[in-house]
Design a protein around this ligand. Structure first.
Ligand SMILES: C[S@@+](CC[C@H](N)C(=O)[O-])C[C@H]1O[C@@H](n2cnc3c(N)ncnc32)[C@H](O)[C@@H]1O
Length: 353
């Protein structure tokens, strides 16, 4: 069974979209999600989520549409399908992009928000097998990681994306839900520029694409897979399935829209955990300390050991895993202090003379 407990996902819409989703809030990625970076997630932010929904035309038309829309995805507003923001949260932008802010004072340990996964990898094994029916791609690790299930889940959404012409309201409802989730993909965070690992991730996307069954290959362009890998790499959270007696722990991945908006801080004021409810992953975000009204909610993307390291070490780890230089208050203060000590140290020999 595929019940999962996700950790955190994130998406990125360019800052220009914040106005559209201004009622909402955002959470950042969790370090575990970044374990996903070892799965080989890629980044090519040019994929059109709208295009992802254009599955009604012929395969050729679909692919052309995807290619065309991929060019202007960033200019589109993906906000129309974004769910209502959690109570007491809003999105604002800063030098770190969008961020999640509280709109009332929050007590320590109080729940800041609850977030259901937009897509998780609680994907039935038969779907994974169906989507990836050919030889598993290299690197072989891709097949044993949660990304496998998440990609299969997502591909299935794409393939089933069209509302049925003659369906019961229940089927139509399910189709609408799929469309909504696909649209939401476009609102997740993607970097503005490609980073050093982009080419590697592109290769992984191509390998994943090659391993798909023919229908999936024809329906879902490899650029779409690449885009998904980018989002997963930067925004997804690990979801741990509750262990049952005699079973090994299993990990999955999930994308949580609101949680993904939380930026990282090396001195976080919030943390989250994941559970699984009726097969869908849910993330709950808590305050680690009392929060003032209007304060930004930040989580840690890295583990406790990293947080105990000096600023240079933390920054190196964060940059290698997540591709950004941490600009949190703690890093800035420690950097400034180190600069002052350095200057003082250089000055002292002269002073002694
Ligand atoms: C999961 S997203 C968080 C939401 C994102 N700020 C947005 O605009 O959608 C993670 C990205 O936010 C930015 N970010 C998060 N925490 C940061 C920090 N402490 N310093 C600088 N950038 C940060 C980085 O660009 C990172 O790749």
């Amino acid at each position: 069974m595929e019940a999962l407990c996700i950790h955190r996902p994130c998406i990125a819409v360019s800052n220009s979209h914040s106005a559209v989703i201004g009622r909402g809030s955002y959470l950042g990625l969790a370090r575990e999600a970044f374990m996903a970076s070892t799965f080989g997630l890629l980044h090519d932010a040019r994929l059109g989520y709208k295009a992802l929904a254009c599955l009604s035309a012929s395969i050729a038309t679909r692919r052309a549409t995807i290619a065309a829309e991929s060019r202007d995805r960033r200019d589109r507003s993906p906000g129309q399908d974004i769910p209502d923001p959690p109570p007491h949260c809003s999105i604002r932008t800063s030098s770190a992009g969008r961020g999640l802010y509280v709109t009332k004072a929050i007590s320590q340990r109080e729940v800041i928000l609850e977030d259901m996964a937009v897509v998780d990898s609680s994907c039935p094994q038969e779907v994974v097998q169906k989507v990836f029916s050919s030889r598993p791609p290299e690197p072989a690790r891709l097949q044993r990681e949660p990304i496998w299930g998440l990609v299969a889940n997502f591909v299935q959404l794409l393939q089933d994306g069209l509302p049925p012409k003659h369906g019961s309201s229940r089927i139509e409802e399910a189709a609408q839900d799929r469309q909504r989730r696909l649209s939401l993909m476009a609102a997740f965070y993607r970097p503005e520029v490609e980073d050093a690992q982009s080419n590697l991730y592109k290769q992984h996307a191509e390998e994943l694409h090659k391993a798909m069954d023919q229908t999936s290959q024809e329906t879902v362009a490899s650029e779409v897979v690449a885009d998904l890998l980018t989002v997963v790499r930067l925004d997804a959270h690990i979801v741990r399935e509750a262990k049952r007696p005699g079973e090994k722990d299993r990990n999955g991945l999930g994308l949580f829209f609101w949680l993904h908006l939380a930026n990282h801080s090396c001195c976080p004021n919030a943390f989250f955990h994941t559970t699984c409810e009726k097969g869908r992953a849910k993330a709950t975000l808590y305050a680690l300390r009392p929060l003032d009204c209007g304060e930004e909610v930040c989580i840690s993307y890295v583990d406790g050991q990293t947080l105990l390291s000096p600023v240079q070490v933390r920054r190196r780890i964060i940059q290698s895993q997540f591709g950004f230089v941490c600009g949190c208050n703690r890093c800035q203060e420690e950097e400034n202090r180190a600069g002052r000590v350095g200057r003082a140290g250089r000055a002292s020999p002269a002073a002694e003379v």
